[in-house]
Design a protein around this ligand. Structure first.
Ligand code: S3P
Length: 439
């Protein structure tokens, strides 16, 4: 439980999704806009910033390191960059709430500072693996201590001289890649990262947009420490990971006809569209354009019959945050859906394989958790009480299940929906989801 009286969702079965919605700003890009805007020279003006708790944790951390940040005010944030060497020592531990992205990326950035820092988080974040960043950072010359279990708090010693490394990521993780690139800004020589499969590349795009020299080849990125970057204007698109709930909801609820506006379409993030389309979904992509180095489009989705598929493992990193929603789609599909190669889901904000399998079983679906994925037989949802385990994406995924349920669904421990999707209840309710929250 995230607090004494966590939010609960109550969903009345049925309904459809219609109209036109713009979901909140992209979480990954919002984090990076604060981090890189702070380290740039000059002003960075952000629009579309996600005013969710995770990105606000990053914003608060940089404020407490002396960066002048105005906002957020309706998605607008203005940052007076302090330059690569301009951060000041924070007076206390940097508390990062539920946000794995804040902790892993900031570990790299803070490893190169002259001051010490301490990174802490909530119970979920304090259980997530940090060795994946601490180990390569240590190879770069950083000094970071964590618990024996390899988890936060992370105590980072300042004043260490970092050296660039050539590192092959053992897991396809944009957080680890970005962490090492941020440490590389402070390292002597070149830092090169090779990834086993493409992962989101927002860090690389934003660094390039700010004029930081970096070299990119297929599956590999290199940079040299010590260059400067310039503040820029950043227009953050709507988060495809938040849009995913609506793509699934509108696909499964008969009579749905929904437009999602200004959705980020970075090719390292669009696996959810590819997977749903393979399942038979009717998603039309229109008005393609580019904003500030990131592709954007409007998505028009209409309900159809879905069928089960074997999800191609190469799509997994491109849809890594969308599996809770995709499992709900699979439960509504005819036939069997099989996911493999997704063991990373076990170390997200919750164990998303087990928690989703348990919730689907509660609703009457035959779902078998496997070590690295799930086997789901399409069926029909009854009703019941679901424990989201404080995981925002689990809560929102099961909320969409109500569109095809025969009984009331109650979802527990939903407060953390605010980490990525403030205003979810209102926005989803306005589109036709029969949702109420106890607060
Ligand atoms: C993120 C990367 C992904 C994703 C997370 C955000 C990022 O994590 O699950 O929600 O912003 O870099 P991993 O890189 O650990 O897979």
């Amino acid at each position: 439980m995230t607090e004494n009286n966590p939010a609960r969702f109550r969903l009345t079965p049925g309904g459809k999704l219609t109209g036109c919605v713009r979901v909140p700003g992209d979480k990954s890009i919002s984090h990076r806009s604060i981090m890189l805007g702070s380290l740039a020279d000059g002003v960075t003006e952000i629009t579309g910033f996600l005013e969710g708790e995770d990105s606000l944790s990053t914003l608060a951390a940089f404020k407490s390191m002396g960066v002048a940040i105005e906002g957020p005010d309706q998605g607008r944030v203005s940052i007076q960059g302090v330059g690569l060497r301009g951060l000041a020592a924070p007076r206390q531990a940097l508390y990062l709430g539920n946000s794995g992205t804040s902790m892993r990326l900031m570990a790299g950035l803070l490893a190169g500072q002259v001051f010490d820092s301490l990174l802490t988080g909530d119970a979920s974040l304090s259980g997530r693996p940090m060795k994946r960043v601490v180990e390569p950072l240590t190879r770069m010359g950083a000094h970071i201590t964590m618990t024996e279990a390899g988890t936060a708090p992370l105590a980072i010693r300042g004043g260490m001289r970092l050296r660039g490394i050539d590192y092959a990521l053992p897991v396809a993780s944009a957080q680890v890649k970005s962490c090492l690139l941020l440490a590389g800004l402070y390292a002597s020589g070149r830092t090169c990262i090779t990834e086993p499969a493409p992962t989101r590349d927002h860090t690389e795009r934003m660094l390039a947009g700010m004029g930081y020299p970096l070299q990119r080849d297929a599956g590999r990125v290199c940079l040299e420490g010590g260059h400067a970057m310039q503040g820029i204007a950043i227009d953050i698109p709507a988060d495809i990971s938040s849009a995913a709930f609506f793509l699934v909801g509108a696909s499964i609820a008969p009579g749905s006809d929904l437009v999602l506006e200004h959705v980020g379409m970075n090719p390292t993030r669009t696996g959810v569209i590819d997977i749903l389309t393979r399942m038979g979904a009717d998603i039309r992509i229109g008005n393609r354009r580019e904003v500030g180095g990131e592709p954007v489009a409007d998505l028009h989705v209409r309900s159809t019959s879905l069928y089960g598929i074997d999800i191609p493992p190469e799509l997994v990193p491109l849809a890594i945050d969308e599996f809770p929603a995709l499992f709900v789609a699979a439960a509504c599909a005819s036939g069997r859906t099989v996911l493999t190669g997704a063991e990373e889901l076990r170390v997200k904000e919750s164990d998303r394989i087990q928690v989703m399998a348990d919730g689907l079983a509660t609703l009457g679906i035959d779902a078998t958790a496997t070590p690295d994925g799930m086997i789901i037989e399409g069926g029909s949802f009854g009703g019941g009480v679901i424990d989201s385990h404080g995981d925002h994406r689990i809560a929102m995924a099961f909320a969409m299940a109500a569109l095809r349920a025969t009984g009331t669904i109650e979802i527990l421990d939903c407060t953390n929906v605010n980490t990525s999707f403030p205003g979810f209840v209102k926005l989803a309710g306005g589109a036709g989801l029969r949702i109420a929250s106890n607060r």
